[in-house]
Design a protein around this ligand. Structure first.
Ligand code: DSN
Length: 451
């Protein structure tokens, strides 16, 4: 039996102590960061074993080192399960995570200096879709598209930019977008200018497998995803080539594989590959569809509760697992205060930019919430109603804090803010209610560290 936590408790008290404290944090807290989830014990077991120790440069049956017969078995299982789950002809399961997966797409399809298009970061896009702080915005000529004032993607602008700049590669997919992606329309735009369309479905891939979000596979040439968000696996990445992609370039699958290894990476993380295989195996079971459906039901219920309690949402709702709260009715650059105040009540969210952000990515004017993790715990619409009310109440408690313009002032102001949080009776009382609720939905039952 492969058991976790047996030895470390005796051999490394300091790290074990941190693991235990993290266990208590997740046990007693509401995890609402939309990119996080709780992988199953089977996924964690596949991750925490001697597959960690092997080197396997290459691909199944084409390795540089010996001793890879069992690595080949798990990698083939992961590939075949990914192909079946997403209905694609080719999958590479070796990228270390989502960003390396996306870099591999650039290497396979573009030369440095080529023009690419992606969604602007403050409008919800990802760093690796051409944002200036990422090498993807430095090594390539990146043209960024936006959302309209209603928060939905501006298809007219995307079409005009594509026609004007004739990009080699267009990204569709985002990190903070609560609505269904128009894959079909983006597919047409990419085709009309001869571009590759890469769909980065990191956030929604679990919903896509379950049929709860439209699949990009008929419209995109390449699809990338992380494996730890709605997919509920280990940290990791997958790149898939669609039939449409192979039709555009019969060598595309080969180019993607070469871009991952030897282009970008050395040995794959075989324990991660084994855990991806386990997660995909779970996703191919009927229960996963119910889980994914419940994520979206919960997200809609949480959105409704927030709006009923006076909170403004970008696009006034959600189609997926995610909700983007617009805090500008209370000021600008205030996401940090709301994030910290919620954390004080054991509710974890992340501050986030909103479309037409009036502040900055480090001090944005929104927060981002999501329901994948709390749905894994078994929470449903009834709990969402309560959680929405708590979040709204906490926002109202601290809504008057505003980021000082003067940078020197900020440290003092944050100190004062933290002190006020510690003394806030309402927030402390909600924290108690959060713990009571969380204890009704235990995580990892039977795993000693969480007892
Ligand atoms: N950091 C991820 C997220 O939170 O969405 C994206 O890379």
């Amino acid at each position: 039996k492969i058991s976790m936590m047996d030895d470390i408790s005796k051999t490394d008290a300091e790290v074990f102590d941190a693991i235990k404290k993290e266990g208590v944090r997740i046990r007693d807290g509401l995890e609402l960061i939309p990119s996080e989830n709780y992988a199953s014990k089977a996924v964690l077991q596949a991750l925490g074993n001697f597959f960690n120790c092997k080197y396997s440069e290459g691909y199944p049956k084409k390795r540089y080192y010996g001793g890879n017969q069992f690595v080949d078995e798990v990698e083939t299982l992961a590939i075949e399960r990914a192909k079946k789950a997403f209905k694609v002809p080719h999958a590479n399961v070796q990228p270390y995570s989502g960003s390396p997966a996306n870099f591999a797409v650039y290497i396979a399809t573009c030369q440095p200096g080529d023009t690419i298009m992606g969604q602007n970061l403050p409008d919800g896009g990802h760093l690796t879709h051409g944002w200036k702080a990422s090498v993807t915005g430095q090594f390539y000529k990146s043209i960024l598209y936006h959302v309209k004032s209603d928060g939905y993607l501006d298809l007219k602008e995307i079409r005009e930019l594509a026609e004007k700049h004739k990009p080699k590669l267009i990204w569709v997919g985002a990190t903070a977008y609560a609505r269904e992606f128009p894959f079909e329309e983006l597919g047409k735009i990419a085709d009309s200018v001869g571009a590759y369309l890469a769909a980065d479905i990191a956030h929604i891939s679990g919903l896509v497998i379950a049929g709860v979000h439209k699949s990009p596979v008929p419209y995109a040439h390449i699809v990338t995803t992380t494996t730890h968000k709605t997919l509920r696996g280990p940290r990791g990445g997958i790149i898939m080539v669609t039939q449409k992609g192979l039709h555009k370039d019969p060598d595309l699958a080969y180019k993607i594989d070469r871009a991952v290894f030897p282009g970008l990476q050395g040995g794959p993380h075989d324990n991660q590959t084994a855990a991806i295989a386990v997660a995909l195996g779970e996703e191919l079971k009927p229960d996963f569809k119910k889980y994914a459906e419940q994520i979206v039901k919960n997200s809609k219920a949480l959105a409704k509760s927030l709006m009923d309690n006076g909170i403004k949402l970008v696009t006034n709702g959600t189609d997926n697992h995610m909700i983007l709260v617009d805090l500008t009715p209370f000021g600008k650059g205030n996401g940090i205060f709301i994030q910290d105040a919620l954390e004080m009540a054991n509710i974890t969210v992340n501050k986030n930019t909103i479309p037409a952000e009036p502040s900055s990515p480090f001090y944005p004017s929104g927060i981002r919430l999501g329901t994948p993790a709390i749905t894994t715990r078994g929470m449903k619409e009834k709990e969402m109603q309560l959680i929405g009310k708590w979040i709204a109440e906490i926002i109202m408690e601290v809504k008057d804090f505003e980021l000082p313009e003067d940078k020197e002032e900020r440290a003092k102001y944050f100190k004062k803010f933290k002190e006020s949080l510690n003394q806030n009776k309402k927030i402390n009382s909600i924290k108690k209610d959060v713990v009571v609720l969380c204890r009704k939905f235990p995580l990892y039952p039977g795993m000693g560290v969480l007892r």
